[in-house]
Design a binder for this molecule. Structure first.
Ligand code: SAM
Length: 278
């Protein structure tokens, strides 16, 4: 017989532990996610298993990546996760999606109610490993989701929507009020679906494209020509040339450019300047 553990581990704020505590909302998330019964789904941060237990009966297999061993042991000693669920005690930032994808022989479908303090890192990691990911359904703090879904010309528009929007379609699935979590967070949460696809305009050098986008938004109040000065030691004349070749006025600011505009500038600079990004 498995030992019964009396006390549930205390939630750790440092690990973003706000657990879903409403079955109806778990059902809605899984229904809107679009998983099929033949899918193996990677769950980032299964915690006490609110989403896991709703998902597992509807798919072939769930592989959870959970950093907090206390939670894994607690669930195993109590109701368990079900026969088609495997939990790995690992940091989700160290996971190799390429490795898991090769292991499973398929592109990955991912779900996660994320620890909000590492949302951007998780997104950039997904983008880096996008070749191995079909889609990800992720819960963020609403402000982060609003930024991710923002369009040019708005105050929220920035690095995240450009880099993620380069290779994925992003859609809002639902907003979730703080009262449906334990402990209760201070903010509203939003579940977003990120479906990876080939880019509209392919970057010749993705690392340089990312660097350029970060430089442009690093000085978002400045004209683009000024914001890009000093980028990768590129001669100023080549920056003016790239803006002109892409039909972009040098007086524009980063927040006024669409994703393909950034790709066009980056590609032109790759062709004309000796760009060297590691
Ligand atoms: N999925 C559960 C739910 O919806 O109730 C828990 C979500 S809770 C917001 C975030 C979960 O991610 C916690 O279980 C936490 O321990 C786990 N976590 C935090 N940082 C992590 C990391 N770097 N790698 C793996 N799991 C992590």
């Amino acid at each position: 017989m498995r030992p019964k553990m009396a006390n549930r581990p205390q939630a750790r704020r440092s690990l973003g532990q706000n657990f879903l505590a409403h079955q109806g909302v778990c059902e809605s998330i899984i229904r809107l996610s679009g998983f099929n019964c033949g899918d193996t789904v990677i769950e980032l941060g299964p915690g006490l298993g609110a989403l896991t237990r709703t998902l597992a009966p509807r798919v072939k297999r769930v592989m959870g990546i959970e950093l907090d061993r206390r939670l894994i042991e607690y669930v195993e000693a109590n109701e368990g996760f079900g026969r088609n669920v495997e939990i790995r005690n690992q940091d989700m930032l160290d996971v190799s999606y390429g490795g898991i994808s090769r292991e499973l022989g398929t592109r990955l479908r991912i779900i996660g109610n994320l620890p909000y303090n590492i949302s951007s890192q998780i997104l950039f990691k997904l983008v880096d490993e996008r070749d191995f990911v079909d889609f990800a359904v992720l819960m963020f703090q609403k402000e982060v989701a609003d930024r991710l879904l923002s369009v040019p010309g708005t105050k929220d528009y920035g690095v995240l929507p450009v880099i993620v929007g380069y290779c994925a379609d992003i859609s809002r699935l639902l907003n979730i009020p703080p009262g449906l979590f334990r402990p209760k967070p201070k903010v509203v949460s939003t579940v977003v679906k990120i479906r990876f696809r080939p880019p509209g305009l392919q970057a010749l050098d993705f690392a340089f494209f990312s660097l350029l986008v970060k430089a442009a938004f690093g000085k978002r109040r400045k004209k683009l020509s000024n914001a890009l000065k000093g980028l990768a030691c590129i001669d100023e004349g080549l920056i003016y040339d790239a803006l002109s070749a892409c039909g972009i006025k040098e007086s524009l600011r980063a927040e006024e450019l669409a994703v393909d505009d950034f790709v066009c500038i980056a590609n032109r600079l790759c062709e004309t300047a000796r760009v060297n990004v590691l």
